[in-house]
Design a protein around this ligand. Structure first.
Ligand code: 5AD
Ligand code: SF4
Length: 439
């Protein structure tokens, strides 16, 4: 009998990281084993379609893997799962003739069968989107024993004009409170240190009238000793109740990711974001009033099809006004099937790049200044791992989601420890701290 072993590579957002743990669990429950790339005979790429360069990367990777596998004696297949599977469908079988499994985000339960068939030479396609599937019956096979992802809802109904997500991940659906709390209780028993609640738009969580702030409150009370994070919030339906809940519970991290996308009301309207920049500023004021020191990050898009220089300037101004701690900044990328992709794109490629660079430069300066303001402050950090540059130095995170590097030469501190540090130096991306207690 053929031995089935799998290897998963994950691209894109945190939802994909979480989904890969669900896929792993489904395959393990079927009796398959997890293996390295070299040993696995089922190689899965969990993919992202949000921008063209994310897809390019995966297509190149498939090409490389195809060459590697051709040289092998043992039979092995490549599967594409996630957003690219949903978007490109059976077209993926033709590309390079390398892919034999294509499975969209709502059909992962079919993977074991399709993978077995593929190893016997039959291509497998499963790309139905579902109104119900939330995988709440599956306990993810987690890759960490400290940090847990818990997806609380799937899909998106917002149809922002530029975004492919509603097409690749389907309609919004919430997991039941009961199933989420059950999973949270398991994490508590297993001594996890941090949980991140995931959804494309957590603010529209709704389980028979139980909304996101209610859910968050219940979770915060079950796990007072664990840190709680969540992504992503939509500025249109970020409620006062949510801000108050974050303020009220110490274990809910003082960090909010709130995508602005553009600082121009004309562009926001065209994007179908359904808020104004004034509303966004009001939210920020409320957050800062109720949660002093709350860190804020955002997403912005440069070079939207009808963006004028004036609109671009409005984005720069808005970002200067808010002074986000950090930002994810992207060049607009047309996605087939979306409304924006059908528009006449009036911004030349070089101009998009120029605008993006201008936004990045301004934000880098703000991030540097924001981090300088932290010098002298004391934070409790959750120790994560040795730093990438120097193994004697370790990294931990503040509850405001900032990375702090500290000296751990004597290996006194280990992953999962909560320690107090004082910030002594900073760059735009990182804080450097001195440990001030030894508990
Ligand atoms: N082009 C560029 N950026 C995009 N995003 C979503 N769609 C696109 C696109 N077509 C960005 C948005 C979103 C983040 C996850 O990706 O800023 O918040
Ligand atoms: Fe895309 Fe808008 Fe949904 Fe976010 S809220 S996933 S940007 S459609």
């Amino acid at each position: 009998m053929e031995q089935y072993s799998f290897y998963i590579e994950t691209y894109g957002c945190q939802m994909n990281v979480s989904d890969s743990e669900i896929v792993k669990s489904i395959l393990l429950s079927d009796g398959m084993t997890a293996a390295s790339l070299d040993d696995a005979n089922i190689i899965l790429l969990n993919t992202c379609s949000v921008r063209d360069n994310a897809e390019e990367r995966v297509l190149n990777r498939i090409d490389t893997l195809h060459h590697i596998l051709r040289k092998r004696k043992q039979n092995a297949v490549i599967g594409v799962i996630g957003c690219m599977a949903e978007r490109l469908k059976d077209k993926l079988f033709d590309s390079l003739n390398a892919v034999s499994i294509v499975v969209g985000p709502d059909e992962y339960k079919k993977l074991p069968e399709l993978a077995r068939n593929a190893l016997e030479g039959h291509n497998g396609l499963a790309i139905e989107l579902s109104m119900e599937e939330t995988y709440s019956d599956i306990i993810p096979a987690r890759n960490s024993d400290m940090f847990a992802w818990v997806s609380i809802m799937r899909g998106c109904n917002n149809f922002c004009s530029y975004c492919v997500v509603p097409y690749t991940r389907g309609r919004e659906r919430s997991r039941t409170v009961e199933s989420i709390l059950k999973e949270i209780n398991l994490l508590k028993e297993e001594n996890f240190k941090e949980v991140t609640l995931l959804g494309q738009n957590v603010n529209s969580y709704n389980d028979n009238g139980v909304r996101f702030p209610d859910l968050l409150r219940k979770i915060a009370e079950i796990i007072p000793e664990m840190r709680i994070r969540f992504v992503t919030s939509h500025p249109r339906d970020m409620s006062d109740a949510l801000i108050e809940t974050i303020a009220q519970y110490d274990n809910i991290c003082n960090y909010i990711h709130l995508p602005l996308q553009s600082g121009s009301n004309r562009i926001l309207k065209d994007m179908n974001r359904r808020y104004t920049v004034e509303h966004f500023f009001e939210l920020i004021d409320k957050i800062r009033r109720l949660i002093p020191h709350c860190a804020l990050s955002t997403d912005v898009i440069a070079g939207y099809p009808i963006e004028t220089l004036e609109d671009h300037q409005a984005t720069l101004d808005a970002m200067k006004h808010v002074r986000f701690d950090s930002a994810f900044m992207f060049k607009y990328s047309p996605r087939e099937g979306t409304r924006a992709a059908k528009m006449n794109d009036e911004v030349p490629e070089e101009e998009k790049i120029r605008r993006l660079n201008e936004i990045i430069e301004q934000q880098n300066q703000i991030s540097r200044e924001k981090n300088e303001e932290e010098i002298g402050r004391i934070f409790e950090i959750l120790v994560e791992a040795p730093s990438k540059k120097n193994v004697l130095e370790w990294a931990g995170r503040t509850d405001t989601n900032k990375l702090v590097i500290f000296n751990n030469k004597e290996k006194k501190y280990k992953q999962g420890d909560l320690i107090k540090i004082k910030v002594i130096r900073s760059t735009g991306a990182t804080l450097f701290g001195e440990v001030i207690n030894n508990n």
